[in-house]
Design a protein around this ligand. Structure first.
Ligand code: RP5
Length: 170
């Protein structure tokens, strides 16, 4: 665990870890110190409330919360802090994450939660979005974000060339 984390990654259960590890990988790549833990809106409401109320005073700048099912974790955290909160819908129930997506995205006016896509893509994007927020005041992270854009564009160029070569051969 990083000494002075800037981002806090929490999830409703340890069964969410496989997906939330995608967020951790992104933050590691960006060199952003983060903490990662389990806390549940329903099973440990007191722990979750305490976490949300004290996060800003501990130096946290962004909170990422992944949860599945009736996924209230990101919302109840957002209710208790003025830090930006990003919610990741986890596909952990027979409804495959549609339940989590709607629970996270349909926040009432006044309590915003930035909601990502369901599953691993969403967990990756939560890490990048947190990096974009940190990057507003951190030139090293901002430079890495530019590198990521360049890398993504290059990968499309390569895919395009590969496809044209395949078409020439057929
Ligand atoms: C949610 O319930 C968690 O975020 C998890 O996605 C889901 C199932 O949790 P477990 O029963 O595996 O602990 O609160």
């Amino acid at each position: 665990m990083a000494e002075n984390p800037l981002v806090s990654v929490v999830m409703g259960s340890d069964s969410d870890l496989e997906i939330m590890n995608e967020t951790a990988k992104v933050l590691e790549d960006f060199g952003i110190p983060f903490e990662i833990d389990v806390t549940s809106a329903h099973r440990s409401p007191a722990r979750t409330g305490e976490f949300a109320r004290t996060a800003a005073s501990r130096g946290i700048k962004v909170i990422i919360a992944g949860a599945g099912g009736a996924a209230h974790l990101a919302g109840v955290i957002a209710a208790e802090t003025t830090l930006p909160v990003i919610g990741v819908p986890i596909p952990s129930t027979p409804l495959n994450g549609m339940d989590s997506l709607l629970a996270i995205v349909q926040m009432p006016a006044g309590i915003p939660v930035a909601t990502t896509a369901i599953g691993k893509a969403g967990a990756t994007n939560a890490g990048i979005l947190a990096a974009q927020i940190i990057g507003l005041s951190n030139t090293s992270v901002a430079a890495k974000l530019q590198q990521l854009k360049a890398k993504l564009a290059k990968s499309v160029e390569e895919k395009s060339q590969k496809l044209q070569q395949l078409r020439k051969r057929s």
